[in-house]
Write a protein that binds this ligand. Structure first.
Ligand SMILES: Cc1cc2nc3c(=O)[nH]c(=O)nc-3n(C[C@H](O)[C@H](O)[C@H](O)COP(=O)(O)OP(=O)(O)OC[C@H]3O[C@@H](n4cnc5c(N)ncnc54)[C@H](O)[C@@H]3O)c2cc1C
Length: 440
């Protein structure tokens, strides 16, 4: 894919999208479908590795909107049945089917998933240039100018193009937030570090709480398995060939360690985690698969303006516990495509559209934060924004999130907000079943 490997970048277009992850690829596809001239710059060459393999069923409605849903279906990713958590020794299970979702949640290899979305953006009409990294966006001009480094071919060549709107979808590198100096860690207590790696031949957990050999992955639907331990929590996500296993701890816990020590700590912790050691008993660790991401919880204080939008991880990321990252990227992309499309048609209303879009994105962010970090993330959440968001979300989606939130004991303030939104606590109790034990 260039996707045009040697093609020249145009000198000007309507919209420059920086980054070709789920947020960038989706907004590019949606705008191109409206006939907007979009140039997408992607620093890497897809397929490129990315963390975040567990997707909840909510993502389908956005994939339908961009038109990527049939491609995702055809790819044959692992369909998952729900989730099982062992949190402080208590075991909970939720099954998505019980909430009335007609389509499954997924475990996806993100390199494959993201490449598929990017190809789709290109077939929708966006001009995609990979190995071209945006360096800076000058926004104080009549037409914003994005300068870039084109690394296709041997030498890195500098260039620039002008546009009417810049959309920053550069993920955690958050190019514009860097320029604005607007990136903030959520709270000093929430400096989280994630360490993860991949295993071959791991057993996986089915919705019945039994474990199955890796070879059964196409026959039995797995759940995302989460277990807490004294310092944090661990995910186990069965993919088609490998299994992604990662842990989340406070950054301070590993501050004094070097990378090799952190990898040893990661592997030792897995051996001691309840139930997990049984799943990994005969699995082989994939050497060199160790990855880490420190301080991943942050937000930007500036999201949208008349000629710029920051979306997906470039705007904020809370915590992976409820698999909200890709959903947030899709949601932001949908809101932004609407706002930018309308602003291009009627520039006199662009400030209003930017304001509305920012407010919708903050609502979603507040929702994710109150859900995932309730116990210590409550301060600073604008409860009224979250309530407004909850009023727009289909009841089935809220019920699922309420049920999921009971599984980790982290979301007291989310429960309060959900009650305000008219959701009865029994909806959560009915959805999240206690289990006596697991037959792993
Ligand atoms: C430990 C951890 C676990 C997670 N688990 C989950 C999960 O289970 N489920 C889930 O839904 N989410 C999960 N997430 C979150 C998820 O990974 C992200 O929210 C999601 O990838 C965001 O998509 P995005 O398009 O905004 O950014 P990205 O996927 O990061 O894409 C950004 C793209 O921009 C490109 N780029 C960067 N800088 C430039 C530049 N200057 N010029 C051009 N291109 C550039 C990058 O190469 C990249 O391709 C997890 C996150 C973490 C940290």
């Amino acid at each position: 894919m260039s996707t045009k490997p040697g093609g020249e970048l145009p000198p000007a277009c309507d919209v420059v999208v920086i980054g070709g992850g789920p947020a960038g690829a989706s907004v590019a596809a949606l705008l191109a479908k409206q006939g907007v001239e979009v140039v997408l710059l992607e620093k890497a060459r897809h397929p490129r590795p990315q963390v975040g393999e567990s997707l909840i069923p909510h993502v389908w409605k956005y994939a339908e909107q961009t038109g990527a849903a049939p491609l995702i279906e055809q790819e044959g990713f692992v369909s998952k049945a729900g989730g099982i958590t062992v949190w402080n020794g208590r075991i909970h299970r939720i099954a998505f089917a019980e909430f009335g979702f007609s389509r499954p949640a997924l475990h996806v290899e993100r390199d494959v998933f993201d490449e598929l979305l990017l190809k789709h953006a290109e077939s929708a009409g966006a001009q995609v240039f990979q190995q071209v990294a945006a360096q800076q966006a000058e926004l104080g001009l009549d037409r914003p100018r994005v300068s870039y480094l084109d690394r296709r071919g041997g030498d890195a060549r500098e260039g620039s193009l002008t546009c009417r709107v810049v959309i920053d979808a550069s993920g955690s590198s958050a190019l514009l937030a860097g320029q604005f100096k607007s990136k903030r860690l959520i709270d000093s207590r929430m400096r989280f570090l994630s360490l993860w790696g991949y295993f071959d031949n791991s057993r996986f957990v089915g919705a019945d709480g039994r474990s199955y050999p890796a070879a059964d992955i196409g026959k039995v639907r797995p759940v995302t398995f989460v277990t807490s331990f004294e310092d944090g929590w661990i995910w186990h996500i069965a993919l088609r060939k490998l299994t992604s296993v990662g842990l989340v701890i406070n950054t301070d816990r590993a501050r004094a360690m070097d990378k090799a020590e952190r990898e040893r700590f990661f592997l030792d912790t897995l051996k001691r985690a309840p139930y997990l050691e049984r799943l990994l008993e005969s699995a082989e660790y994939v050497e060199d698969s160790f990855c880490e991401r420190p301080d991943y919880s942050y937000y930007s204080t500036r999201l949208c303006g008349e000629n710029f939008y920051c979306i997906g991880d470039a705007a904020s990321f809370v915590d992976p516990i409820y698999s909200h990252g890709v959903l947030n990227a899709f949601y932001n992309a949908a809101m932004t495509a609407l706002a930018v499309g309308e602003s291009l048609k009627d520039p006199s209303r662009r400030a209003r559209h930017a304001q509305l879009c920012e407010s919708r994105m903050r609502q979603f962010y507040g929702f994710s934060r109150s859900l995932a970090l309730g116990e210590f993330g409550g301060d600073g959440v604008d409860a009224e924004l979250v309530r407004r968001f909850m009023r727009q979300v289909p009841k089935v989606e809220l019920e699922l999130m309420l049920a999921a939130s009971t599984m980790s004991e982290r979301s007291e303030n989310f429960h309060r907000l959900a009650r305000d939104a008219g959701l009865a606590p029994h909806a959560a109790r009915a959805g999240a079943h206690f289990m006596e034990g697991l037959a792993l």
